[in-house]
Design a binder for this molecule. Structure first.
Ligand code: HEM
Length: 193
């Protein structure tokens, strides 16, 4: 069975229980991409020039799809991995699992709803006018509008879940003084006594 946490004593550069480099890279890259995608999604209303708005939304779609793929890669890496041995009490582990489950669901669901919305809004959906996108629904304006509303609600729920997740990580670090944050951010100094 593989282990996504690196407990190897030979790897002097890694702290005990630290995530491996690909997991750390995917985690922080996903956060950066989600911030950009949400900023473009909400900010696109402020762009007046049609061509610029289309370009911004194509970047939004492309980065949104990359997020979906990164999250699937992260899930694949987790498959078969044993759980962390950080001596965290069961209720805290359950709360962590619930918020991570919600985040995975949203990060896979949002790109799918976005793709469906694009399918419903356009007869021949493409990225940048050249890369064809999969057609997931009939071309239907009403459907596009209601999928757009779900996409927007999903974004607000995602923002709330990310906020909770970040607050919990900070509480683990400054309140509980355990390694939950530092094993995903190894450049931060541990506060464990
Ligand atoms: C994690 C991934 C994604 C997040 C967090 C996200 C977030 C958002 C947000 C916050 C908005 C603005 C909502 C509003 O103001 O109504 C939006 C709009 C939109 N998104 Fe996404 N999105 C993601 C992925 C995608 C993907 C993959 C596609 C398509 C391939 C897509 C297509 C759209 C479209 C068509 C709009 C509506 C633009 C408009 O009608 O003004 N999104 N998205």
């Amino acid at each position: 069975m593989t282990n996504e946490f690196d407990n190897s004593q030979n790897e002097k550069s890694l702290k005990p229980n630290q995530f491996k480099t690909p997991q750390i890279a995917i985690h922080w890259a996903t956060l950066a991409l989600v911030a950009i995608v949400i900023a473009i999604g909400f900010g696109s209303d402020l762009i007046e020039a049609r061509a610029t708005k289309h370009l911004a939304m194509d970047i939004h779609r492309l980065l949104g799809l990359i997020i979906g793929l990164l999250v699937l890669a992260r899930l694949a890496m987790r498959l078969g991995n044993r759980s962390p041995d950080l001596e965290t009490p069961l209720p805290l582990r359950l709360a962590g699992a619930a918020s991570q489950g919600a985040m995975y669901l949203l990060l896979v669901g949002m790109p799918i709803i976005g793709l469906m919305q694009t399918s419903a809004a356009r007869a021949h959906p493409t990225l940048f006018g050249v890369i064809p996108l999969p057609v997931l629904t009939a071309h239907d304006r009403d459907l596009a509008d209601s999928l757009g509303e779900w996409h927007e609600r999903g974004a607000w729920v995602l923002i709330a879940v990310i906020g909770l997740h970040a607050a919990a990580a900070l509480w683990h670090h400054y309140g509980r003084k355990d390694d939950v944050l530092t094993r995903m951010a190894p450049w931060i100094k541990t506060r464990r006594a």
